[in-house]
Design a protein around this ligand. Structure first.
Ligand code: B12
Ligand code: SF4
Length: 602
């Protein structure tokens, strides 16, 4: 049931070829995030966790004499709107949804709109993208968008506009988050504090030829005021790596403390070089980090040119996060040259042993223009250039130590095993109080794909997540109070078990924190966003651990009960502990089970 894929998750909404606009609305712009098919093995929920900042940032740079509308096709509300019919259509393009972007571009262009394409793919493959647009924006969009609109008005549109990334970051206008449908995302506060990364891994889009993205920092005051303005209790930093400058990170964290929100961010594991920075993150409300471990093999990391501490030290470093109440979502790339068929279970064993609360897997994908692409192309190992499949869920190159079928099967196996009840249970946080929310989160986020298209279609995302966000925030507030007390007392503060804390947070109604908890706030800045009627529709009792356990049990039963049917037969209870040793002593290692179910691409 978990891997079933409803049609609206795999097929873009149909465009009406017969439609002809009565008129074109001058100075009307429409910004579109195109549809992309979802990987049924991963979570559908992740696509409505938080929106991309690309289009809200571009919208923020729209001159005041233009009207702007936003449409995200992935919110399953049908094709983009046609009334009023826009004079300009701006579309963001990544290689995985380039085909859909071109389809939309053709449709609008045939009906008289000027089409501007921008985004990562426009920057890495400008010649290809330019064939489908009246103009393309390469690089920083906020810098060139006002010029593009002005040139459209004066009928002198140029084919290419280049944004430099050199302008001080603080000069960027704030993204216009009020254009977003608030009910459709867990949180609309995607926010960015830094641009670039101190690394340049060979497989990362940051290594694309010609992409000069100098490291940039935004003023912490800007970040605080943007978060305040969006008035949500959870926010997601979409930085490539929030931890590149520990001193800045600490300054940012100190500024965030008073907001009493919770947040998550992507960091590299070397942020734990400075445990004080991790503690500052916790004190500022960080409840989760996304860490690109990429691989547990030193050779792989070296070949990818990733500057990272040794994988032998990962466990100790992970503990620093856990001791500070921060859950870890590890990202692993599969299919490096040193990876054989043993890599899948070996990685899973490690994940379970170290109790990573969440993990994502990516098949190594050579993005065009990167050193990895060049290397594989030279070696004749690129299988095809169908960008649709360059989504890290498909094998697009010839792996060295296994067949492409083994890599595809191993990838599926990783998700199957990770999302099995046994693995979820093994990876539960050691703090008892964190377990109910963790279980509910794991089941709702990772194992409820059957529910997600319904929730997304009916714009129920925020409302369903809200109790969990609220619970987590309450727990974290009391946890960080204790952490702060320890810090003031002069203890090292890094080892603190949330289990021992008593949750003394105020009840929802008496809570006097600066930002209201409920996602549909009365924030005047968000008046354009769809709202639920106030007073807040929370007639239900506050989420208690038992409610959440009930939900967990329900989902469990709905999903074929507490069975292990999707777990590798190689993994028997109690065997996990020995797997790594086994693998180490046998270089060939074990393969994922023969004949395991293959998942056709949607
Ligand atoms: C938020 C996010 C998501 C969200 C939302 C994605 C979405 N498309 O709606 C979720 C969680 C759903 C997601 C999923 C995935 N993501 Co993602 N995601 C990000 C993340 C963290 C932030 C994006 C963002 O907001 N950036 C900030 C904005 C301001 O920068 P920007 O997008 O470059 O936009 C600027 C310019 O490009 C330009 N611009 C952009 N569009 C336009 C349009 C016009 C008209 C103009 C004028 C200018 C313009 O102006 C903008 C402002 O300067 C990035 C990493 C990153 N930090 O960028 C990865 C990233 C985009 N994701 C990536 C990947 C691989 C994925 C997945 C395939 C992973 C997976 N296997 O599940 C999926 C699939 C989604 C898909 N097919 O697109 C890669 C893409 C690599 C590549 N070369 O394509 C990135 C770069 C991460 C990485 N380091 O590898 N992702
Ligand atoms: S550490 Fe992450 S964001 Fe930085 S270059 Fe490597 S893959 Fe890209």
């Amino acid at each position: 049931m978990r891997n079933a894929c409803p049609a609206d998750m795999t097929q873009a909404p149909r465009l009406d070829e017969k439609y002809r606009p009565r008129s074109i609305q001058p100075r009307q712009a429409l910004l579109i995030n195109p549809f992309y098919p979802k990987d049924p093995r991963a979570s559908f929920g992740k696509h409505v966790l938080t929106p991309t900042l690309a289009l809200t940032s571009v919208a923020g740079a729209t001159p005041s004499d233009w009207s702007v509308e936003y449409w995200d096709e992935n919110l399953l509300q049908g094709p983009p709107p046609t009334s009023p019919f826009p004079q300009v259509v701006g579309i963001t393009v990544h290689l995985t949804f380039a085909r859909r972007a071109y389809e939309l571009a053709r449709w609008y262009s045939e009906r008289g709109a000027k089409v501007i394409l921008g985004g990562l793919h426009a920057s890495s493959c400008p010649e290809e993208v330019a064939r489908h647009a009246d103009a393309i924006a390469v690089g920083e969009g906020t810098e060139v968008w006002p010029q593009i609109l002005s040139d459209v008005s004066m009928d002198r549109l140029q084919p290419v506009y280049k944004g430099s990334y050199a302008r001080p970051y603080r000069e960027d206008p704030a993204p216009r988050r009020e254009l977003l449908p608030r009910r459709s995302f867990l949180t609309t506060t995607s926010i960015i504090a830094t641009r670039g990364c101190h690394n340049r891994c060979a497989f990362c889009y940051l290594s694309t030829d010609g992409l000069h993205m100098p490291y940039r920092l935004r003023d912490v005051e800007q970040i605080v005021s943007e978060i305040r303005a969006d008035a949500q209790s959870y926010c997601v930093f979409v930085d490539n790596n929030l931890g590149s400058r520990p001193e800045y990170l600490k300054r940012l964290c100190r500024a965030l403390r008073s907001l009493e929100i919770i947040w998550s961010a992507a960091v590299t594991i070397d942020v734990t070089d400075d445990p004080e920075a991790v503690r500052e993150m916790a004190l500022a409300g960080c409840t989760g980090v996304f860490v690109g471990f990429e691989s547990l093999s030193e050779e792989n990391l070296k070949s990818a040119r990733k500057k990272t501490p040794s994988p032998h030290d990962y466990s100790r470093r992970l503990k620093i996060f856990h001791d500070n109440g921060i859950q870890v979502n590890g990202s692993f790339v599969l299919g490096f040259d040193c990876d054989g068929p043993e890599v899948f279970d070996r990685t899973l064993d490690w994940i379970e042993r170290n109790r990573l609360e969440c993990a994502t897997f990516h098949i190594l994908t050579p993005y065009p223009g990167t050193p990895l692409f060049r290397q594989l192309e030279t070696e004749g190992r690129i299988l095809h250039r169908n960008w649709d499949l360059y989504d890290t869920a498909h094998v697009v190159f010839q792996p060295r130590r296994m067949t492409s079928e083994q890599l595809a099967e191993g990838y599926s196996h990783c998700y199957d095993r990770l999302l099995s009840s046994r693995s979820i249970w093994r990876r539960r946080p050691s703090e008892l109080q964190a377990v109910p929310a963790y279980l509910a989160m794991s089941y709702l986020y990772k194992r409820s794909n059957w529910l997600w298209s319904l929730l997304i279609r009916h714009r129920l995302t925020a409302i369903v997540w809200h109790p969990l966000v609220h619970l987590t925030r309450r727990r974290h507030l009391s946890f960080r109070k204790e952490l702060g007390r320890r810090q003031r007392q002069g203890s090292d503060g890094t080892v603190l078990s949330a289990e021992k804390k008593k949750n003394k947070c105020q009840s929802l109604r008496s809570c006097r924190r600066p930002i209201p908890c409920f996602p549909f706030s009365t924030n005047p800045a968000s008046s354009a966003a769809p709202r639920l009627p106030l007073p807040l529709p929370l007639p239900l009792p506050l989420p208690t651990p038992s409610c959440i356990l009930l939900l967990f049990t329900f989902i469990c039963v709905a999903e074929n009960g507490w069975t292990e049917t999707r777990t590798s037969p190689n993994l028997r209870p109690g065997s996990c502990r020995f797997r790594t040793e086994e693998w180490r002593s046998e270089p060939g290692g074990k393969r994922p089970r023969a004949g395991s179910r293959r998942h056709a691409h949607p």
